[in-house]
Structure formats: C-alpha cells, structure tokens
Design a protein around this ligand. Structure first.
Ligand code: SAH
Length: 465
C-alpha cells in the first residue's frame, strides 16, 4: 500500500483552500460536507465560491498567499493554476506537518483525495494511489450502481440500536450474526422500500428473541467447475455470510478464496474409493450445525444437483425441519466445454447432449450403451478417467465408429485447464500414456472437432502420444 486509507474528522476544524476556481470550489464543497470550517484564499473566485461566501458558508480572503496563512490550519488544499505557488504551499505545509493536497500533483501531496461513494454515514473511498484515477472512477461508478441508496438509512437505523444490541448480546459472534441477519433479510428490504418504522419494530422483535430459539439454515451452493468468476451472485453472497463452510476436493482454491475469511472450514472430501466422511455423516453434520443456530454453507463443485448428491443432503434437512436454500452452479460439462471451445450442441453435428456418470462399479458402467452409441449426439462422461478404456470399448462394440472425436478436459476452467483431443479408439492409449490430473471430463461427439475453430481460452492441444 502506498497510502494509508483513513477517515479524517475535520468537523469545525480550520481548513484552507488556496485558489478559487471550479476545482477549488469542488474541494470546498467536499470539505463542507464533512463540516469543516473552510477559508478560501484567492485573487479571483468563481460563481460557486462567490455564492458560498455570500451565504456565509466559508471565509474568503481576497489577496496573494502569504506563508502565515497556513498557521493553525489542520488541512490544506492548493488548487491554483500557478505551479510555483502550488509548490510553495505544499513545501510550507509540509514543513509545518500539516496534511496538504495539491490538485493533480501527487508529488506535492501528503494525502490524496479518493473517489467517493457517499451513502452517509456509509462512505466508500476508492484510490488508485494516484496511478490510475480514471480506473478508480470506473470502480466508483460500478459501486454507485450496485449499492442501494438506502444503505445510509439502514446504517442510521443500526446506529440507533447499536448500544441496545451490545448490551443484550455480549459476545461478538452473536452480535455479528444478529446484524448480518438484519442487513441481509427482510429488515433491510423494508428499509429499502421506505418502511423504516416497520423495520424498526422488526429489529426490536428480533432483539427480544432468545438466541437459543434461533435455528440456523443451510445453503447448498454450487461452486461451479473452478473459475471463481463463474460463481453466481447468490452463491457469493451466501458464501460470504456463512459461519461454517463444508467443502470437498472438487471445490477449487480460487472458489475457496471467496468464502468469508473467518468462516469455519470443514473438509468433508470424498476421494474416489476413499470416502473420508461418509455421506450419511455429512447429512447429519449439516443438521447438527444448523440446529446450533449456525448458517451453514455446503459448497459443492459444479451444480449440486448434477452428480452431486445434493438431493440426499437436503432430504435429510427437510426431514429435520432445517430451512435451506439451493443455489445452482455451472456444471463441469458446461464450464469445461465452453472453456475448450466445444459447443455441446450444434445444429449440424449434435441435436442432443447426455450427461452420464462414468464411475466404474465392479469394473463396469451400468449405462444404456445402445442409446449412447449414436451419431448426432454429444455424451459427457463425468467421473470417467478410470473407466476411459471401458467406455471406449463399450461404445465401439455398440456400433460407434472408432474415429469419433473425443476431448478429455483436465481441471477445466482452472488455471491448469488442459484439453487433450483424440478419437474414441485412441482414448485408452491417451489415458495410459499421459499423466492426467483429476478432475477430468470426457466429451464424446462430432462437436469436439469445432474446437479447432472455436477455441478461445487455452493454448494448443496436448495431442496423444
Ligand atoms: N456436481 C458436479 C459433478 C460432481 S461429480 C458438477 O456439476 O460439475 C465429479 C466429476 O465432475 C469429476 O469426476 C469430473 O468428471 C467432473 N468435474 C468436476 N469439475 C471438473 C473440472 N473442473 N474439470 C473437469 N471435470 C470436472
């Protein structure tokens, strides 16, 4: 960090602005918003500054700057078009240890002015440390459009309750839970729609409720195939408000980075043939944690309802009366194919797409091979790395041609995303001769050929040996 971000209390404090033009007037307005006692020193001033003087909002000194003018000031801004004067103001302020800003001259500043999103009392300041102010402004515009204007009102309401809540709930965790619930639920919604009084009485009621009677909830969240940019807004929101997160090996590091920093993380990883936590125990753990009043995020790779056993997990929750929400995620088939330049369907090559499990049970896959071994269809095999040889033989023995294009995608959409393209009859050789890292997805179908034209994400194929 090149600068320390701080919020400076200048309420009723003397602040000097040297210069009286438009830019100076903008700075003055900002200082006035923070209730500073502003003096403007300038030979000429613009209409806005004149108005402020006429309305007795600021003091105006109409003469050349003098070194004694900095005396007793607690903050100085120089906004003149005279570079040597700006430099002089900066040097004098510096030697007197008074924070000084010279507009558009970061070298002469001891503090810089950020871009601001003002939802007072919530204020967001954005700075590029003087490197890219336009970028900071773009970020500000994004925030402006996503942060409801009523956040200020919500903060004021919260401020009114702060000491009561502190008194009633004496540990930080409980207080945080209380406020997060208020800020992300119906109370916030009421404030946003102007029903402040209703929100106030809801908040009172929530405060009266005993903590022991509060049941937590479970969010079954699809974390997508790996790239954290593929998370949904809802997934992200719930990941950031959960107290505890249960995750497994399929959830990428990038996605885990997006989980709330201080959430408790519980690994319930299931590796092939090595179920470190049996499914029944996971289901029960979700129930137990929610019954302790905690907000539990069960984070799963891809989509929770596609080969994710999500159905079983929420069945147990439903049986135990635990409230839950399910958030869909981008499934591996969709993420891996898109990031590999392979459309799953195509008017000319494939009119349907099948997602099947290639998990081997007792050395075979229980699949309707006749239905799969057809043209004009894409088949996506999940969990099929070990079964690659088996599926290749099965499809061929059921009539699929050996030249059918196949893509094997490793760690799709992650920084280690890798695609191998081959044909159905060479697939076993590809798997045998290469070191391939799980998770892997196998895509079979004519559409794989389109990758030559449509690949946009990764480099060249690792062609089979
Ligand atoms: N619910 C998940 C699938 C779980 S089954 C989803 O919707 O994607 C686990 C299988 O998903 C893995 O064996 C692999 O075949 C596939 N898979 C998941 N993430 C993947 C990734 N990033 N790259 C390749 N395959 C992936």
């Amino acid at each position: 960090m090149d600068y320390l971000p701080i919020f400076f209390n200048i309420n009723n404090k003397p602040c000097l602005v040297v210069g009286g033009g438009e830019i100076a007037s903008r700075k003055i307005n900002l200082l006035l918003k923070a209730n500073a006692d502003v003096t403007c020193l300038a030979i000429n001033c613009c209409k806005n500054v004149e108005d402020l003087v006429a309305n007795k909002k600021i003091t105006y000194i109409n003469r050349e700057f003098d070194q004694n003018d900095i005396t007793n000031q607690c903050l100085i801004i120089s906004a003149t078009d005279d570079a040597s004067l700006n430099r002089r103001v900066s040097e004098l302020a510096n030697s007197a240890n008074i924070p000084v800003n010279v507009v558009d001259s970061p070298d002469l500043c001891t503090f810089i002015m950020p871009s601001i999103v003002d939802r007072s009392p919530i204020v967001i300041a954005i700075s590029s440390s003087g490197k890219a102010p336009v970028l900071a402004r773009l970020i500000r515009e994004k925030l402006e459009s996503t942060i409801p204007h009523a956040y200020g009102k919500l903060a004021i309401l919260a401020g009114d309750f702060r000491s009561q809540v502190k008194e009633k709930l004496n540990n930080i965790k409980d207080r945080r839970y209380f406020w997060e619930k208020a800020f992300s639920g119906i109370i916030a919604e009421k404030v946003f729609s102007g029903k402040i009084d209703e929100a106030r009485s809801d908040l009172e009621a929530q405060l009266k409720q005993s903590k022991d009677t509060q049941l937590g909830e479970v969010y079954l969240v699809g974390g997508g195939p790996g790239d954290p940019d593929l998370l949904t807004f809802k997934a992200l929101r719930l990941m950031q408000q959960a107290d505890v997160v249960l995750y497994d090996r399929l959830v990428s590091d990038g996605v885990m980075e997006m989980v709330r920093r201080d959430a408790e993380l519980i690994y319930v990883g299931k590796e092939r043939d090595n179920h470190s936590v049996p499914q029944g125990n996971i289901n029960q753990l979700l129930v137990d944690l929610a019954k302790q009043g905690r907000r539990v995020c069960r984070l799963k790779g891809g989509d929770p309802f596609i080969f994710g056993r999500g159905g079983e997990e929420i069945e147990t929750l439903a049986e135990n009366g635990v409230p839950f929400q399910v958030v869909p995620g981008i499934t591996a088939a969709s993420g891996c194919s898109t990031y590999s330049g392979i459309p799953l369907t195509h008017r000319d090559y494939s009119q349907s797409c099948r997602f099947v499990t290639g998990h081997l049970k007792d050395g075979s896959m229980n699949l309707p091979w006749e239905e799969l071994a057809v043209e004009q269809q894409t088949i996506v095999f999940y969990m099929a790395l070990n079964g690659a040889k088996h599926l290749s033989e099965r499809l061929i023995s059921h009539g699929m041609r050996g030249s059918m294009p196949v893509a094997l995608v490793e760690k799709g959409t992650t920084p280690e995303h890798k695609v191998h393209t081959t044909t159905l009859d060479s697939l076993p050789k590809l798997v045998a001769n290469n070191e391939i890292h799980a998770p892997t997805l196998i895509i079979v179908g004519e559409v794989v050929k389109l990758r030559e034209k449509l690949n946009w994400y990764d480099g060249d194929d690792n062609l089979p040996a």
